[in-house]
Write a protein that binds this ligand. Structure first.
Ligand code: PGA
Length: 250
């Protein structure tokens, strides 16, 4: 049985004092969950969040990183820098980074490899635009993105990748894929991984759904056979709402 991972993606929201306050409120609300729980926070909140979440079941992740270890890359953060303060997860290739910051399948692949070199768990985002969906290209797009993101990894590493299937038209729009649609897309990703890396790997890899997940639709999504939890944006900004999502199975 694959575990469920529920990850919050705060994007560019919350000052350190707001992060501390949020986590203090969240701790008692989620202490009994068996689901893995991650908060991906802005760089400036990482250290405060790690301290506040210490000795709890809340894991902390970053939302991006560079693939190089060090050097003249003004404004960037290296994987080892994240690791050194205790960060465990990192989102890679979110569609907003692909859209606004020239993230490519190639840089995503380099970052995934760099994450493993530094024992960080990558949450790799893939997803189609509305136009691609309407042209019937969803499966082609998301399986290609997945293949390129994982290129050159060992089967053991692929087992430990987390993939977030996030249809771009569903992000921040209030439009969610139906649970059947989301499950079909995720199944297509799993089948592709099976083709390349074998069944043992494809059955182990965690694949989340993301895109307007909230407390009112999470149960339907997360109980589908191929959906292993979610990457949650807007609804992860409020501790009560986010706790309801984490506790969808209670
Ligand atoms: P949303 O964002 O839940 O606000 O749609 C999801 C994401 O971008 O990861």
């Amino acid at each position: 049985m694959r575990k469920k991972i529920i990850a919050g993606n705060w994007k560019m929201n919350k000052l350190p004092n707001e992060a501390i306050d949020f986590i203090d409120k969240l701790i008692p609300l989620v202490k009994n969950t068996e689901n893995e729980l991650v908060l991906c926070v802005p760089y400036t909140d990482l250290f405060y969040s790690l301290l506040t979440a210490q000795k709890t079941n809340i894991k902390i992740g970053a939302q991006n990183m560079h693939f190089e270890e060090k050097g003249a890359y003004t404004g960037e953060v290296a994987p080892s820098m994240l690791k050194s303060i205790g960060v465990e997860y990192v989102i890679i290739g979110h569609s907003e980074r692909r859209q606004y910051f020239n993230e490519t399948d190639e840089s995503v692949n380099k970052k995934v490899k760099a994450a493993f070199l530094n024992s960080l768990k990558p949450i790799v985002c893939v997803g189609e635009t509305l136009e691609q969906r309407e042209k019937g290209k969803t499966e082609e797009i998301i399986t290609t993105q997945t293949t390129l993101a994982l290129e050159g990894l060992t089967p053991e590493q692929v087992k430990n990748v987390i993939i977030a299937y996030e249809p771009i038209w569903a992000i921040g729009t209030g439009k969610t894929a139906t649970s059947e649609d989301a499950n079909n897309s995720i199944k297509a990703i799993r089948d592709k991984i099976c083709q390349i890396y074998g069944q043992n790997v494809s059955e182990s890899v965690i694949i989340q759904y993301g895109g307007s997940v909230k407390s009112t639709n999470c149960k339907e999504l997360f109980t589908m056979p191929d959906i292993d939890g979610g990457l949650v944006g807007g609804a992860s900004l409020d501790p009560e709402e986010f706790a309801k999502i984490v506790n969808y199975d209670k």
